[in-house]
Design a binder for this molecule. Structure first.
Ligand SMILES: Cc1cc2nc3c(=O)[nH]c(=O)nc-3n(C[C@H](O)[C@H](O)[C@H](O)COP(=O)(O)O)c2cc1C
Length: 174
């Protein structure tokens, strides 16, 4: 699929079928994730691919905003020790930007593969951390549900005001 077609089709999916995501597609999603940059080219961003229904169920139980019941989760996290040691204080913010970039790559790749996905950021990250056995110096940044969109999957209209574009300086509309 052409990139601009994927950009046009991409939308948050909150309703999935039970169909498993093929391993070849999981590999492509992980590849897309890894194509996103990290600040100073430091290796602090990682992911966990979760396809164990018991683990997904446990995460869903403490994540009210994870509306979907997907067959797959890709969880992006940052090793904060590496981010802060190698990038300095700004590594805290840089790594969040990098996680977002990686997440968007996953969403676009999922769209190109005919899969549904969405960003999820939840309040109960500490609980998810425990479920996944992640050490304290790792910060969970994004939880991305992925799967085949159910025929009933609805989408919301994207908020236009979130994408105001100015020309040369703030206040001058383009
Ligand atoms: C950082 C971030 C966190 C989000 N968290 C959630 C979430 O917890 N639950 C959810 O259903 N959608 C979540 N979303 C999805 C947005 O609500 C969705 O992208 C927005 O409504 C626009 O819809 P669209 O992606 O279909 O254009 C999140 C999006 C972002 C960027």
């Amino acid at each position: 699929m052409d990139l601009f077609e994927a950009l046009k089709l991409k939308k948050a999916c909150r309703d999935y079928t039970r169909e498993q995501v093929a391993q070849a597609d999981v590999d492509k999603l992980v590849y897309a994730l890894g194509r996103a940059p990290t600040a100073s080219n430091r290796p602090y961003r990682h992911c966990i691919v979760v396809d164990d229904p018991a683990v997904i169920k446990a995460i869903r139980q403490i994540s009210p905003s994870l509306l979907a019941d997907p067959p797959l989760l890709i969880i992006i996290f940052t090793d904060m020790t590496v981010a802060l040691d190698k990038v300095g204080e700004v590594g805290e913010r840089c790594s969040l930007v990098d996680a977002g970039a990686a997440g968007e790559n996953v969403l676009l790749a999922a769209t190109a593969l005919g899969l549904g996905s969405q960003f999820t950021m939840i309040a109960a990250m500490a609980g998810v951390q425990t479920i996944l056995g992640l050490p304290a110096h790792c910060r969970i940044d994004l939880i991305i549900p992925i799967g085949t969109p159910a025929p009933s999957a609805k989408s919301v209209k994207q908020h236009k005001a979130a994408n105001q574009v100015y020309h040369n300086r703030y206040g001058v509309l383009r």
